[in-house]
Design a protein around this ligand. Structure first.
Ligand SMILES: C[S@@+](CC[C@H](N)C(=O)[O-])C[C@H]1O[C@@H](n2cnc3c(N)ncnc32)[C@H](O)[C@@H]1O
Length: 155
């Protein structure tokens, strides 16, 4: 008999981030919003950045230095690229999958087809270019806000 899966899973993947201050801030955001894991590809990052004040890596898995971010996508989780792309769905209109792994580009990069072609959806924050950690906070907040509204029966 199949085991029952947890209803919701939230993963955050960073494709080749370069700045440890951002990686720390993303860990902090993941902790605050109750994400289940954070993964980074490219070089190894020490989670003990000054921005990771709550030391989120003590609570949730932090997988760093991965060759392929998709190795970190949990079972039955939809990979969602967050990027400014013409075909992207605008975040306020986006219905988040219950089990989602959000992928963001590094500070000096943009997510290209290497990532987006393997994602279920591409989502854009309808504004200018955000700092990487700010973009993660906005997406996790949007997800939380929609959950709260649903619980309140507003959507
Ligand atoms: C600092 S941005 C990279 C900026 C890129 N070097 C450029 O100039 O276009 C880092 C990542 O944050 C995310 N991001 C920033 N602003 C965004 C927006 N308005 N919509 C969607 N994603 C955004 C994307 O994942 C992006 O790859």
């Amino acid at each position: 008999m199949d085991e029952e899966l947890p209803r919701e899973v939230v993963g955050v993947g960073l494709d080749h981030p370069s700045n440890p201050i951002n990686v720390g801030a993303v860990l902090r955001a993941a902790g605050i919003y109750g994400a289940d894991l954070v993964a980074t590809s490219g070089r190894h990052h020490d989670p003990k950045a000054p921005t990771n004040t709550h030391r989120a890596e003590r609570e949730i898995p932090f997988l760093t230095g991965l060759e392929d971010l998709f190795d970190a996508v949990p079972y039955d989780c939809a990979p969602v690229a967050v990027e400014k792309r013409k075909e992207a769905v605008s975040l306020p209109l986006y219905e988040h999958p219950p089990r989602a792994f959000y992928i963001f580009g590094g500070e000096d990069r943009t997510l290209g087809p290497r990532i987006t072609d393997r994602c279920r959806d591409v989502v854009v924050i309808p504004a200018g270019i955000h700092n990487l950690a700010a973009a993660v906070n906005v997406v996790l907040y949007d997800r939380r806000a929609k959950q709260v509204r649903q619980m309140e029966g507003e959507v």
